[in-house]
Each structure stands twice: as C-alpha cells, then as structure tokens.
Design a protein around this ligand. Structure first.
Ligand code: C5P
Length: 230
C-alpha cells in the first residue's frame, strides 16, 4: 500500500519543524526530520576527525560515505514526549545535534551525492508504514517526487536570523544578529548551490513565504493547501 506523503522543504528557520510537527499530530502521520540525518552524519564525521570547524578544508568523501554506511539509524516514536527519537547505533541522539555548529557540519557533508544516496532508502521506507510528513531540502524533489502535497516554506534571511536571536535570548543565551545572519546565509548558499539535490521548490510545490506570518498562520495556510490537494 502507498501512504500519503506531505513534503515541507525550505531553508532553516523558515518554520518547517513547527508546521511539520503540528500536521503529523493532527493527521496521525509519522514525522521525518531529514535534517536530523544529515546532522547526525555531520556530527559523527566531526567526531571522527573527518571535518573540522574550518569549512574551507577539503573533506574525504569516501571516508564520510563509509562512516555513513556504518551507522545504524532508527526513528522511534516516543510516546512520552510525543516526538520521534533518533537512535544511532543503539543510542538516542539528543539535542546535541540541534545547534548551528552541527548544522554547518551537516551542510558540508550533504553536498556528497553518495552520502545522500546512502540515506535515501531509510527515508523512503518511512512512507511504507503510515502517512508521513517529511521536512528537509529535497523531500519534494528527490526523496518523494510523487508526494501528495509539497510545500516550500521560505522567509528572508533577516527574518530567520531575527527568530533565531529571539530563541537564543529566550533561552538565556547570548545572540549576535550579524554573525547569525552571516552563518544562515553561508549555509543557504551551500545548500542552494550544490549540484546534487539542491534546496529548491519542486515544480508542483506551494511556495509560502513566512517572513510576515506567525506559526499559526503558516499552519492554517499549509492545512488549507493539504485540503485542496485532497
Ligand atoms: O533542516 P536542518 O537545518 O536540520 O538541516 C541541516 C542541514 O542538512 C541542511 O543545512 C542541509 O545541508 C542538510 N539537509 C539536506 N537535505 C535534507 C535535509 C537537510 O541536505 N533533506
């Protein structure tokens, strides 16, 4: 049987995670946070010494590929938190992948076609068990080209940097708008201009700019689009 798939693609900070989570809850679908896969590989590659904090250093693609293939990755729904835990080699990957440094590592290894290919079946298999809401960069273009619903959610880099600053400040952390903006632009640039599976809207995606919208408004528009698509 083929289950419905909803793809939410776009750059980081556009609000994909929130809308994906709400849709999955309301529809009773599974959630695929594909960025987490790239983040895990990025973090493991860093820990293995395959990438450094200097993004201009060349990376050994075949070594990253071997490392990717050696990871046993599983997505396990957590009924307590209501979220999906990612288990790598038997260990839960916590919030340690959710920071901009690891986001940068992720985008450095995400340029490698063979690494992406190694992660493909794992992602596609998630749609063989139940409905799926998938968020990432290439869900609608590469991983689920015949998905039922595709949305490309964007926002200006400034709006996204502003949100990030608010998040950090609310968490009691220091935040510098200019350096956050520069980091966002650097990652966007790498993700949008790589030759394999660049971040871009599928031809049949709804383009939604969340710069002037709050999370509720984004959710309502995406929900309406899902209803229109049947
Ligand atoms: O979405 P998130 O910020 O967690 O993604 C981290 C990085 O992983 C992105 O900047 C991108 O380089 C990569 N990625 C990707 N394809 C996806 C999801 C994420 O290349 N489907």
């Amino acid at each position: 049987a083929r289950y419905p798939v909803i793809c939410i693609d776009g750059p980081s900070g556009a609000g994909k995670g929130t809308v994906t989570w709400r849709l999955a809850q309301v529809l009773g679908y599974q959630l695929l946070d594909s960025g987490a896969l790239y983040r895990i590989v990025g973090l493991k590659a860093f820990e293995a010494g395959l990438i450094t904090t200097d993004a201009s250093q060349p990376i050994d693609e075949s070594a990253v590929l071997a490392l990717t293939k050696s990871l046993k990755i599983a997505f396990v729904p957590n009924n307590e938190s209501g979220r999906v835990d990612i288990i790598v080699n038997g260990q839960a990957v916590g919030d340690q992948v959710r920071n901009e440094t690891v986001g940068g590592y992720a985008s450095q290894i995400a340029v490698f076609p063979k690494v992406r290919e190694a992660l493909l079946t794992l992602q596609q298999d998630m749609a063989t068990r139940s409905g799926l809401v998938a968020d990432g960069r290439d869900m609608g273009t590469v991983v689920f080209p015949d998905a039922d619903v595709k949305v490309y959610l964007t926002a200006s880099a400034e709006a996204r940097a502003e949100r990030r600053v608010t998040q950090l400040v609310n968490a009691g952390q220091a935040a510098d708008f200019d350096s956050i903006l520069a980091t966002i632009k650097e990652r966007d640039d790498r993700d949008e201009n790589r030759s394999t599976a660049p971040s871009k809207p599928a031809a049949d995606a709804l383009l939604l700019d969340s710069s002037m919208l709050d999370a509720d408004a984004v959710y309502e528009q995406v929900k309406r689009h899902c209803q229109e698509q049947g």
